[in-house]
Each structure stands twice: as structure tokens, then as C-alpha cells.
Write a new protein. Structure first.
Length: 51
């Protein structure tokens, strides 16, 4: 699956698109297929400033 990964501090430029193995649900878990998800600048600023 393709994902956006943040591995260092900084602004939106530190968000990297990476390929990861498909997740496998465990017992009692459900796997959903999400084709896209939105992220706005305020969300990235809050996450980066809180970690």
C-alpha cells in the first residue's frame, strides 16, 4: 500500500510517500479499503508541533 510517512521534524516537506506491506487484520479486527484520505495543513502543523 502507499502511505505518507513522517520520520523527522519539519514542515509539510518532510512528508514522504512510501510503499508499505498491506496490513493484515488480527483476531477481532476489521480491515477497510480506503482509497484516499485528506490531510490539511492545520493537521500537519498540529502533529509536527506536538511530537
Amino acid at each position: 500500500m502507499r502511505a505518507v510517512q513522517i520520520t523527522r521534524f519539519g514542515g509539510p516537506e518532510v512528508m514522504d510517500v512510501v510503499d508499505l506491506p498491506d496490513p493484515v487484520p488480527g483476531d477481532g479486527e476489521q480491515l477497510f479499503d480506503v482509497s484516499s484520505s485528506g490531510v490539511n495543513f492545520a493537521d500537519t502543523h498540529h502533529w509536527l508541533s506536538s511530537h
